[in-house]
Design a protein around this ligand. Structure first.
Ligand SMILES: Nc1ncnc2c1ncn2[C@@H]1O[C@H](COP(=O)(O)OP(=O)(O)OP(=O)(O)O)[C@@H](O)[C@H]1O
Length: 291
């Protein structure tokens, strides 16, 4: 972790929050920010990054799907990831969530949690939620019951049968229903929802766990234009409270939500910047946008 990368991350957070850069004094010197105590379960983002990948590589049967990939994300940021088929986007998410182990490199959640030391289930418990492309809600349950189920961390049959929401959980459920635009549909069976509504419900189920970082794989694939526009609104509401990494091919959706866009190609970062910047990049046009 190099000091200039730390400072870049800290500046990005400060720009987000309208605060002076973390770790720097008014005169530009380095403040004593390294003795901050972090409570158990809290992610230390004092250095301005919630997710940090450095020189990560993984090969499948000799083929390098991820190749010296380095990337970092600020707390509260909404990062868009684009790139051609086979660029390594899904594999990168598999590595972050512990589904795939890299051959080399470092993957940190905040500055202290080494994700490579944790199993997939532990990573979810630490506060990294993942949404796959296809919605996986419980079709025979209502919207309300699906959200309620997402709170039941102890999946034993007996504890599930006797589970009752406390008032804080009830408030949270009501808030999530509102956020995902399904407050009027809470008694509907999930199987009767539209494709877009199922996607929102699944995002709501993740939100019930209050994740710090959400990884979303092609969230608007198969949605109508109206659903896509509402999903953009939803993501803009979530940013700031959560950090989001969104993989998507739909460029109009990216345009509606993006701040920084990272372009992956051949398992590493080809370009990064605003959408206008990456769209004007000849290398990006050649491998992705121009095709
Ligand atoms: N388990 C695996 N075994 C062998 N090859 C794999 C495995 N997982 C991924 N790959 C290969 O790694 C490369 C990257 O795949 P990945 O699915 O991460 O790309 P992607 O950017 O998500 O593509 P898409 O946009 O099509 O979803 C591909 O060439 C893929 O075939």
């Amino acid at each position: 972790m190099t000091p200039d990368l730390m400072d870049a991350g800290a500046r990005r957070v400060a720009a987000h929050q309208g605060l002076p850069p973390t770790g720097l004094t008014e005169s530009g010197g380095r403040a004593a920010g390294f003795s901050r105590l972090v409570a158990p379960g809290e992610v230390d983002v004092a250095h301005g990054r919630i997710l940090y990948l450095e020189d990560v590589s993984v090969s499948f049967d000799g083929f390098k799907a991820i190749n010296k990939l380095s990337l970092d994300i600020a707390p509260g940021e909404l990062r868009c990831i684009i790139g051609p088929n086979g660029a390594g986007k899904t594999t990168m998410m598999d590595i972050i969530t512990g589904k795939t182990r890299p051959d080399e490199g470092r993957v940190f959640f905040g500055s202290t949690i080494d994700l490579l030391r944790h199993k997939e289930a532990e990573i979810a418990q630490l506060g990294i939620g993942r949404k796959f492309q296809k919605p996986t809600v419980f079709e025979h349950l209502t919207v309300f019951e699906n959200l309620e189920l997402a709170l039941k961390t102890d999946k034993g049959v007996k504890s599930s049968m006797f589970f009752r929401l406390d008032s804080a959980q009830g408030d949270r459920l009501a808030e999530v229903l509102h956020t995902i635009h399904l407050a009027d549909s809470m008694s509907r069976q999930a199987g009767n929802l539209s494709h877009g509504q199922k996607q929102w419900l699944e995002i709501g189920m993740l939100l019930m766990q209050d994740p710090k970082l959400l990884l979303l794989d092609e969230p608007v694939a198969g949605m109508t234009d109206e659903e896509t526009a509402r999903t953009a609104e939803l993501f803009l509401t979530l940013k700031g409270r959560h950090s989001l990494m969104v993989v998507e091919h739909d460029m109009s959706f990216i345009k509606a939500i993006s701040e920084i866009v990272t372009v992956l190609c051949d398992g590493s970062v080809l370009a990064q910047g605003t959408l206008d910047q990456v769209q004007a990049d000849e290398r990006v046009i050649e491998v992705y946008l121009g095709r």
